[in-house]
Design a protein around this ligand. Structure first.
Ligand SMILES: Cc1cc2nc3c(=O)[nH]c(=O)nc-3n(C[C@H](O)[C@H](O)[C@H](O)COP(=O)(O)O)c2cc1C
Length: 392
């Protein structure tokens, strides 16, 4: 098993990479001029062609290498104190290394591994939050059964501390809300879209108007940017992708100027596949510091897990799954922020205690995993969900 380095910085970082990574069998892949698209969350690699990504680009070569890799290093530039979109993108595309089936591992709800554990490390350039980078490595590695190899600043002078920056809360009631769906999945199939449409029912009760822009459609980016810059209240709703913001959304954010035409308050609605609140805490930390870097105050983050099945379940179950969101829409309209005790409670359990893990595995996950199997069959999947297409 070898060490693979995905160098999104290209030639400029090569000497440092060679000096820092001294494992016996190392392969450095320069991804800077490779054709690599953002994961679009289509789920084909889990539910239609298990282990095979639907996007036919240069990442296919990388997946074939990952199957023989034990240690994976990402070499990346930074933005907003975190990986830039190019570094995050090569991790978001790693999904075929996991499979759809969910179970508990080391006390946490996780996807099962398709092949083997991967250790993850990070070499980063520029100003980033060192503590957050280290935590991201730990969390991402744990998701794929491995250990963190550490997060190393290529220029230690530029690392920044993990202290949250002060950002004033914007007073004033919300009259109009700009909502941006940050999911890379086309709106028609996006769970975020279903959550947004449920959330706005609560907003509408109070007479607030709203508009929606979808980042999955690049043609909507100009309008989304203009709305972001010219309105006071903005809500970005998005799914958790590999412990943080999807790379596509990071790319959009990096096109926004730091200066605004009008004062703004930026709030977030964050959801994801896993149930446990702890899953979302690193992303929450990232979001707390993001608005100040875009000239906005922070309006809080409303978080809830367990959203994966909105897409795969029955209409009746889906209606139940989105039912908690309208009251939160109404509350947001009344309070003007998510910085409320109700928001803190909405996230639910941080971690399932031991006895609940047993019960959830027996009574719920078995049913859920069968539901995934059936959904896959409906999509014409002919292989088992834990198939290993790249192993002879
Ligand atoms: C590339 C990728 C990475 C993901 N990473 C996580 C994760 O780290 N934690 C989690 O709970 N869910 C994760 N998910 C699940 C999504 O957050 C979840 O399926 C969500 O409901 C998708 O919303 P959407 O349909 O609007 O895209 C991931 C999904 C994808 C495609």
């Amino acid at each position: 098993m070898k060490t693979l380095v995905l160098n999104t910085l290209g030639k400029e970082a090569l000497d440092q990479v060679n000096a820092l990574i001294k494992d016996k069998e190392v392969e450095v892949v320069d991804t800077s001029d490779m054709k690599i698209a953002h994961c679009m969350g289509c789920n084909q690699c889990w539910l239609k062609t298990p282990g095979i990504c639907a996007i036919k680009d240069d990442y296919e070569k990388i997946i074939k290498k990952l199957v023989e890799t034990e240690n994976l290093w990402i070499v990346s530039d930074t933005r907003f104190g975190f990986l830039d979109y190019k570094g995050k993108r090569v991790m978001d595309r790693i999904m075929p290394m996991l499979n759809m089936t969910i179970g508990f591992r080391d006390g946490w709800m996780r996807h099962k591994l398709r092949y083997h554990a991967l250790n993850i490390g990070l070499l980063y350039k520029g100003a980033a939050d060192q503590a957050m980078m280290e935590d991201w490595c730990k969390r991402t590695a744990a998701n794929i059964g491995g250990q963190s190899l550490g997060a190393i600043a290529l220029d230690p002078q530029s690392a920044i501390s993990s202290e949250a920056r002060e950002s004033p809360v914007m007073p004033g009631p919300i009259k109009h809300l700009v909502i941006i769906n940050g999911s890379p999945r086309v709106a028609k199939f996006s769970n975020t879209d279903k959550i947004i449409h449920s959330f706005v029912k609560g907003l509408e009760e109070t007479g607030i108007t709203w508009e929606l822009h979808n980042l999955s459609n690049r043609k909507e980016w100009d309008a989304a940017r203009e709305a972001f810059l010219t309105h006071e209240h903005i809500l970005i709703a998005f799914p958790l992708y590999v412990e943080c913001v999807p790379s596509l959304m990071l790319e959009f954010l990096s096109t926004l100027p730091a200066e605004r035409k009008v004062p703004g308050q930026l709030s977030f609605l964050l959801h994801g596949g896993m149930d446990e609140g702890n899953e979302f805490r690193l992303a929450e930390r990232f979001l707390q510091k993001l608005p100040a870097q875009l000239g906005c105050s922070y309006g809080g983050t409303l978080i809830k897990g367990g959203s994966f099945r909105i897409r795969t379940t029955t209409d009746e179950e889906r209606a139940k799954m989105v039912a908690p969101w309208p009251p939160m829409g109404k509350l947001f309209a009344q309070k003007g922020t998510f910085l409320t005790p109700e928001t803190e409670r909405f996230i639910g359990l941080e971690q399932y205690p031991w006895i609940l893990r047993k019960l959830v595995s027996l009574l719920f996950l078995k049913k859920v995993n069968e539901e995934f199997d059936n959904f896959a069959k409906g999509w014409g999947c002919t292989r088992p969900l834990n198939d290993k297409p790249y192993v002879q």
